[in-house]
Design a protein around this ligand. Structure first.
Ligand code: GTP
Ligand code: MG
Length: 203
């Protein structure tokens, strides 16, 4: 799978603001600061496509990026959206704002007709927190396919990586399901994730 373009399309907080064009959507969700926006930039190789910050709470709307890919296996081209969401679980986000975010994110998940799958991001250095487990269980309960991506893989050594991935699986109760390590800094995991995306688009 080769990315041919990546561009910003729209920001939304309600369905009327979703883009008109009905393309398949791949969504990134996770705690604030886990690296959702960075992963979108790494995947598309377009710097600053999604805004990144060392301060949690940077992304505050549902942001749609249109991406074009060439899929060698089927000699085809496809377009789809990568969707960046505000993070959850950040204490300094006011209670009101958190309620509003969770309302429009839930609305998005339950109304989006072309949702392919969700990448739920978890920092590879830490065990999933209660909010991560809740999010994961909510997605599963609503029959939304989830891929767990363990972010910031460059921050730990190879041995710790295996150990921490096992801990993430244990905590989520998904012993048999693959968890994909990713480093946006080093673009590690990029071709694996592109393969998963390519497969989901040609199915
Ligand atoms: P919100 O929009 O606040 O929900 O955060 P986010 O999940 O979009 O995180 P963002 O991509 O803005 O990254 C947060 C911080 O983590 C930034 O300082 C990034 O540079 C850093 N970061 C993200 N991914 C990686 C990674 O793979 N490796 C390292 N070392 N740092 C990363
Ligand atoms: Mg962000």
């Amino acid at each position: 799978v080769i990315i041919t373009q990546g561009k910003y399309v729209a920001s939304a907080v309600k369905p009327e603001q979703y883009p008109e064009n009905d393309l398949p959507e791949i969504v990134f969700i996770g705690r604030s600061n886990v690296g959702k926006s960075s992963l979108i930039n790494s995947l598309t190789r377009v710097n600053n496509l999604a805004r990144v910050s060392s301060q949690p709470g940077k992304t505050q709307t549902i942001n749609f990026f249109e991406v074009g890919v060439k899929i060698e296996e089927v000699e085809g081209r496809k377009a789809f959206y990568l969707v960046d969401l505000p993070g959850y679980g950040y204490a300094k986000t006011g209670k009101e704002k958190r309620k509003i975010w969770s309302k429009f994110i839930e609305e998005y998940f339950l109304t989006s007709p072309r949702l392919q799958f969700v990448c739920q991001l978890i920092d590879i250095r830490h065990d999933p927190m209660a909010s991560d487990v809740e999010m994961f269980e909510w997605l599963v309960k609503n029959n939304i396919p989830v891929l767990i991506v363990a972010t910031k893989a460059d921050k730990i050594g190879k041995n710790a990586r295996q150990k921490n991935i096992a801990a993430i699986k244990r905590k989520l109760g998904i012993a048999e399901v693959p968890v994909l390590p990713y480093s946006s800094l080093k673009n590690e995991g990029r071709s694996d994730l592109l393969d998963v995306i390519g497969d989901s688009l040609v199915e």
